[in-house]
Design a protein around this ligand. Structure first.
Ligand SMILES: Cc1cc2nc3c(=O)[nH]c(=O)nc-3n(C[C@H](O)[C@H](O)[C@H](O)COP(=O)(O)OP(=O)(O)OC[C@H]3O[C@@H](n4cnc5c(N)ncnc54)[C@H](O)[C@@H]3O)c2cc1C
Length: 434
């Protein structure tokens, strides 16, 4: 099965997505054709590819982006829009995994990523409905005990005074549900409209001089001192190749496929609820994610819909009844939405790694591959563009910090990894129900 076509019409944004219906999408760009030449060729026009293109074009490099579908067609135009702090693994886990010094470097880089996303939005005047505030909601007592010690640790060891502990009463005031034992409020977390952000990055990259070709699927790569990249109608010769296909990677690059696994995730949008009703669900209009292994995440849209995400699937194809799957999870948290109509329901594919740390790799010095943000891509994929651009310009510091994080191949390698993933994920998701 082909991950790029199994759930979607080639070249078309998912029609059932709220984001498509709340965005003025530009007309399609041209397809790549003939023999092309550039300094850097980037595959994939999501946050990874577009931010890489932007930084490099701004530095005067000749950049070509080849996108199989449309700008922001992948996870970047379909996600929950949550802007997280830090890496996917929390700082305590990271210290255990890589030691205190490296964990600190990873935290500092993620903080740089957050500043960078805000900076990009301001500098390029990207109207993407940015709202401050992110809540981590604890379902179990043990989760809340962990939140307590985490807030203390982050204040003590990392000087963070923007992470606030919420007890049961405080989270009950914040959210219109009795589902939680407490949580954390991240003052500097946020949410945004993901497709508008992706399209804004694309426009900024083009304004800086990058050439973006749509409907230009890369089918083969030939490594060498100059890399050759082939689509159905074009061949591109480049000094560097950057792979930013993340969950939609398929088997284009065997080494990446062994480390980055696609999983599907789903979101629904209710009808507009009106501002008063929306604020009765999330008082401060923050985004929220919970402590389940298969995380529920939600927020209200600018037109006051509940956008509720959750539920994963580990085969290539999406389940038939996405609204039914996600609505059930939403009603467990907000039974008062029983009568709310579901206007949109869609799915997307993200890339995860075994360690949940992003995958950064270089082959023969001129093929760079990044991805596997494991659900934290709004900040980390935007940051990875800058890190890759720096590496190409000879500054390897940040790239090395990311690449030094442990990399574990999925058991079964590129071809046989599915059965292992399905077994492992099913076991973990069962734990959510215990
Ligand atoms: C439902 C869902 C909810 C999520 N929620 C959040 C969230 O709330 N917060 C958060 O931080 N992260 C979230 N994520 C993750 C986040 O969206 C991703 O990590 C991020 O968008 C990855 O960006 P990317 O550019 O690397 O990949 P993508 O945006 O997936 O882009 C990859 C692109 O590569 C193209 N491509 C693939 N193969 C080829 C080829 N052979 N030739 C040419 N082009 C190709 C694809 O068409 C695609 O457009 C979510 C993901 C999903 C699916």
């Amino acid at each position: 099965m082909d991950i790029l076509t199994v759930n979607d019409q080639p070249g078309e944004y998912p029609n059932s997505s709220y984001y498509l219906h709340s965005t003025a999408t530009p007309p399609p760009r041209e397809q790549a054709a003939g023999e092309l030449r550039c300094d850097i060729c980037i595959v994939g026009a999501g946050y990874t590819g577009l931010s890489t293109a932007l930084y490099l074009a701004e530095k005067g490099f000749d950049v070509i982006v080849l996108e199989a579908n449309r700008i922001g067609w992948g996870a970047s135009g379909r996600n929950g829009g949550q802007v997280h702090l830090g890496q996917r693994r929390d700082q305590g886990e990271l210290e255990d995994l890589v030691g205190r010094d490296h964990a600190r470097e990873l935290w500092d880089l993620a903080q740089r990523g957050l500043r960078l996303v805000k900076g990009l939005i301001n500098r390029h005047a990207i109207d993407c409905e940015w709202r401050n505030g992110l809540i981590h909601a604890d379902l179990r007592k043990s989760d809340h005990v962990h939140s307590q010690s985490y807030a203390e640790k982050m204040a003590r060891d990392y000087g963070c005074n923007d992470i606030h502990l919420l007890d049961k009463a405080a989270i009950g005031e914040e959210l219109g549900t009795t589902a939680y034992r407490g949580g954390l409020f991240f003052e500097n977390g946020a949410h945004l409209h993901p497709l508008k952000y992706a399209l804004g990055l694309g426009k900024a990259a083009e304004n800086a001089g990058a050439r973006i070709f749509e409907m230009s699927r890369v089918t083969a790569i030939e490594p060498g001192s100059k890399v050759s990249i082939f689509t159905g109608k074009a061949s591109v010769k480049a000094d560097y190749l950057v792979l930013g296909c993340n969950g939609y990677h398929g088997n284009l690059h065997r080494q990446t496929a062994r480390h980055v696994m696609p999983i599907n995730n789903f979101i629904i949008a209710t009808e507009p609820l009106g501002e008063r009703r929306a604020r009765s669900l999330i008082r401060s209009n923050a985004a929220v994610y919970d402590s389940n292994f298969v995380v529920n995440y939600y927020r209200c849209s600018a037109d006051h819909r509940m956008l509720f995400g959750g539920g994963e699937s580990y085969g290539f194809a999406f389940p038939r009844d996405i609204p039914g799957l996600v609505r059930k999870r939403m009603l467990d948290v907000f039974p008062q939405l029983e009568t709310a109509r579901i206007d949109y329901a869609w799915g997307g594919t993200l890339g995860i790694t075994m360690t949940r740390m992003p995958y950064f790799d270089r082959e023969q010095n001129n093929i760079l591959s990044v991805g596997g943000y494991s659900g934290h891509g709004v900040v980390m994929a935007s940051l990875s563009g800058m890190i890759v651009a720096e590496a190409i310009r000879g500054q390897l510091g940040a790239f090395d910090i990311m690449a030094r994080a442990p990399k574990t191949v999925f058991p079964g390698g590129a071809l046989l990894r599915w059965p292992f993933l399905i077994l492992a994920m099913t076991w973990f998701s069962l734990r959510d129900r215990l």
